[in-house]
Design a protein. Structure first.
Length: 234
C-alpha cells in the first residue's frame, strides 16, 4: 500500500509534468509500471489569475481549499501544488486545510542545501518573484538568493503567461531565460530555481548557464517518496 497523492493544480502544463513525473518515476521505487494512487483537481486558471491580478491572496486560498476539500473527499492522504506562484497564499490555506501539504519551496531549498549550493537565482512569474515564497525558505536553509531585475521579471513573466502555460515553446523564450540566468551567474549565483512549474519545459542543465533546481520534478519526487515511505503509518 502507498499513500494517495492529491494534486491541487493551477496551470495545465506544470500540473501535467508533475503528474507524469510521479507516474513514471514510481517504477524506480515500486517496480515496473507501478505508482501511487493520484488524484488531481483544478479550478480554471482564469479564476486564479483574476485573484492574482488584484492581489487577492484570500481568493487564491479559497480556490486552493476548494480543491483540497474535494481531494480529501476523494481519498487523498496529503496534498501538493505544482504551482509556485499560488504558494504565496499558503499561510491562509494551511490553518483550514483538511490534509497536510508538501511545500514546493521547502522541497527546493532543502535540495539546494543538500547539493551544496550557496546562492540561488529565483525565476518565475512576476507574482512569484516579487513575493517572499522562496526567499523565506531559502534563508531558512542558510542560503543566499537573488531576484532578477525589474525588466527581467517582466520579460520572463510574459513568456510564462503568454507562451509556456499556453504550450508555446520558442527559441526566443529560451534565449531570454538564458540571458537572465547568465546575469545571475555573473552576480555570484551557483544555481537557479526554476520557480515556475512550466520553466522546466524549456530550461534544464543542458542549456542553462547555471545548474537548475527543477521545482516541478523535485516536488513530484518528494511526493512519491512520501507516498511510499510513510504508507506504513496510515
Amino acid at each position: 500500500m502507498t499513500q494517495h497523492i492529491g494534486i491541487v493544480a493551477c496551470s495545465a502544463e506544470g500540473a501535467a509534468l508533475c503528474y507524469k513525473t510521479i507516474c513514471v518515476a514510481g517504477a524506480g521505487l515500486m517496480g515496473p509500471h507501478a505508482h501511487p494512487e493520484v488524484s488531481l483537481h483544478t479550478h480554471s486558471l482564469a479564476d486564479y489569475v483574476e485573484c492574482l491580478d488584484r492581489g487577492d491572496r484570500a481568493g487564491v486560498a479559497k480556490l486552493m481549499l476548494s480543491s483540497a476539500n474535494k481531494l480529501a473527499r476523494g481519498g487523498a492522504d496529503f496534498l501538493i501544488c505544482p504551482d509556485n506562484t499560488i504558494h504565496q497564499a499558503m499561510e491562509q490555506v494551511l490553518p483550514h486545510s483538511p490534509l497536510p501539504w508538501l511545500h514546493i519551496a521547502e522541497v527546493v531549498a532543502a535540495e539546494a542545501r543538500t547539493r551544496g549550493y550557496r546562492k540561488l537565482g529565483i525565476t518565475g512569474t512576476r507574482w512569484l518573484v516579487d513575493s517572499e515564497v522562496y526567499p523565506e525558505k531559502i534563508e531558512a536553509e542558510g542560503l543566499a538568493w537573488l531576484r532578477p531585475t525589474e525588466t527581467e521579471r517582466d520579460e520572463t513573466s510574459r513568456i510564462i503567461m503568454d507562451e509556456l502555460v499556453q504550450s508555446r515553446f520558442t527559441p526566443q523564450g529560451i534565449a531570454t531565460f538564458q540571458r537572465v540566468m547568465g546575469h545571475m551567474k555573473e552576480q555570484g549565483c551557483d544555481a537557479v530555481v526554476l520557480g515556475c512549474t512550466e520553466i522546466p519545459l524549456i530550461m534544464n542543465d543542458g542549456n542553462s548557464p547555471l545548474p537548475t533546481l527543477d521545482s516541478t520534478r523535485l516536488l513530484a519526487r518528494a511526493a512519491l517518496k512520501r507516498a511510499v515511505t510513510e504508507a506504513s503509518g496510515r
